[in-house]
Design a binder for this molecule. Structure first.
Ligand SMILES: [Zn+2]
Ligand SMILES: [Zn+2]
Length: 89
């Protein structure tokens, strides 16, 4: 269960809009949260905002395969996370 503080942070992240669309020069595409998979508890995993197309679209999204996504779009999940964290500071 997310704490109040985490929920507040998630809301801010979602409000940024899709981080990949932003990278491509389109700010403010409505986004959902993508959890970055790391070892450990899922609820503690960092999140980035991605639009449905870039989050779970067929052959267009992070869930099409992280390696594919990173080489296709020329940016890594971790770089998107870094940019996201900077924007909500
Ligand atoms: Zn997008
Ligand atoms: Zn996801």
């Amino acid at each position: 269960m997310a704490t109040k503080l985490e929920k507040e942070k998630y809301r801010k992240i979602a409000e940024l809009g899709c981080s990949l669309c932003r990278h491509q020069g389109n700010e403010g595409t409505p986004a959902e949260l993508h959890h970055i998979r790391r070892a450990g508890v899922r609820s503690k995993s960092p999140v980035i905002p991605l639009c449905p197309f870039h989050h779970r679209g067929t052959n267009t999204s992070i869930h099409s395969g992280r390696k594919w996504f990173e080489s296709h779009y020329g940016i890594t999940e971790e770089e998107l996370l870094e940019q996201t964290e900077k924007l909500i500071e």
